[in-house]
Design a protein around this ligand. Structure first.
Ligand code: ADP
Ligand code: MG
Length: 403
């Protein structure tokens, strides 16, 4: 709700409240029978009016559930006191029926149900008072047709309930829509930022690659060193391609090249790449491939997928624990399992995976799993999780296998 609370809304609120307070003051000051007769009744009316008006005026500064509750309680005090101070003014009964409608303006469902309940209790006590104590002396317009008045009261509460139900539902939908727009806006800016960063990284990469290729081909370079240069150029190529792929995810329109990807090769190269990353915290990556199989996908994207999953597994692991990566061929699909014995996740955390920017790490981006889900979906794959807090996680990736 806060985001919808703009300056314009604030101005409108104050304008409405000032009109309401002016009308209430008219009720107190214009042709009031107690003005010169009954000092106590006049004072009470003035007191409840002041409290109600102040709580309404202060609300925009303290927009909490408790301050809304305070407004509703003061509204109850104000309108019920009017009903008892001015028994001849039968239209006060209308206000009693309408009190819960005030809470609709705050879009606070708890407050609404509270007001509806409080009003039903208060009106029941009022009716009992009229029947047993007043006996129709001051409130003959209620006593004379008690059943009719009770039915009217119930009817008014039902109408208020329907108005609340419909408008609350609409507002909820609008709020959701607003959040979605905000999120897609955020994604768009991240995409643009990523594109800018990728562009900046690409240029130095090209320069470094150019020099490496030059030394690799130069006759003066030692043959042994040439092999290293070749490896370096290869890694730079991968880095370049990863950047391109990341950009292509930001712009999904670009067609991706389908190839027959060897699961064994992908996992081997990814685990080799992450080997030194694992060693930072003494984590070994154990690779157990039962049988090689092929899937129709894109090599680089498959690497990206498993880099993200295995990196997460390493990051969740305790010092010294291993991460086990295994692959096996089932009837029509390939199943790859990445198992860690680390911190694990709760059901709720698993549900949040893939939400952009969801990360529990201080330096996490919260984009890794989103990219994984995206890649898996592109190649008809499925990612599932089995995890227990404190015990570890098994991430299972399934793809339809070729042949
Ligand atoms: P990042 O790694 O940048 O935080 P990810 O999208 O890769 O973003 O992961 C999102 C979150 O999911 C992580 O911050 C982590 O809390 C949780 N997570 C992912 N994989 C695991 C795992 N194997 N064990 C425990 N938590 C995990
Ligand atoms: Mg990650």
């Amino acid at each position: 709700m806060k985001e919808l609370y703009t300056e314009i809304n604030k101005k409108l609120y104050y304008f409405t409240i000032i009109v309401v307070i002016a009308i209430m003051l008219m009720g107190l000051l214009v042709d009031n029978p107690y003005y010169s007769q009954d000092g106590v009744a006049f004072f009470l009316h003035g007191l409840f009016l002041t409290i109600f008006a102040i709580s309404l005026l202060l609300y925009p500064r303290y927009t909490s559930h408790n301050s809304r509750l305070l407004i509703m309680i003061t509204a109850f005090l104000y309108f019920y006191s009017l009903f008892f101070i001015y028994p001849d003014t039968w239209s006060n009964f209308i206000f009693l029926c309408l009190i819960p409608a005030i809470s609709i303006l705050f879009f606070d469902s708890k407050l609404f149900y509270f007001s509806l309940t409080l009003n039903s209790i208060s009106i029941s006590m009022t009716f009992i008072y009229i029947i047993l104590v007043d006996k129709g002396a001051h409130y003959s317009y209620i006593q004379d047709d008690l059943v009719g008045n009770i039915i009217n009261f119930l009817g008014s509460q039902a109408i208020i309930y329907f108005i609340f139900y419909i408008s609350y539902g609409r507002l909820k939908k609008q709020q959701l829509y607003f959040q979605q727009i905000k999120q897609s806006e955020r994604l768009k800016t991240t995409g643009q930022l990523a594109a800018a960063v990728a562009h900046e990284i690409r240029n130095p990469l090209t320069v470094v690659k150019g020099f490496l290729q030059f030394y690799e081909q130069s006759n003066e370079t030692d043959e042994k060193l040439k092999k290293h240069f070749h490896l370096m150029v290869d890694e730079l190529n991968t880095a370049e391609q990863v950047i391109s792929q990341f950009l292509s995810i930001a712009k999904p329109t670009k067609e991706k090249e389908l190839e027959s990807v060897s699961v064994k090769q992908v996992l081997q190269s990814v685990t080799d790449l992450l080997h030194s990353y694992g060693l930072l915290h003494d984590n070994q990556i154990e690779l157990r491939i039962v049988d090689d199989s092929y899937i129709a996908a894109n090599n680089i994207e498959m690497k990206q997928l498993f880099i993200n999953i295995i990196k997460n597994a390493i990051e969740a692991s305790n010092i010294g624990d291993s991460v086990v990566v295994s692959a096996s061929k089932m009837k029509e699909f390939v199943e790859i399992n990445v198992k860690d014995y680390g911190q694990g996740m709760t059901e709720k955390e698993i549900e949040s995976l893939g939400t952009p920017f969801y990360s529990l790490k201080s330096k996490g981006t919260g984009l890794g799993m989103m990219i994984c889900f995206n890649i898996a979906e592109n190649y008809k794959g499925k990612i599932s999780f089995k995890s227990a807090k404190g015990e570890g996680t098994t991430v299972t990736v399934r793809f339809p296998s070729l042949i």
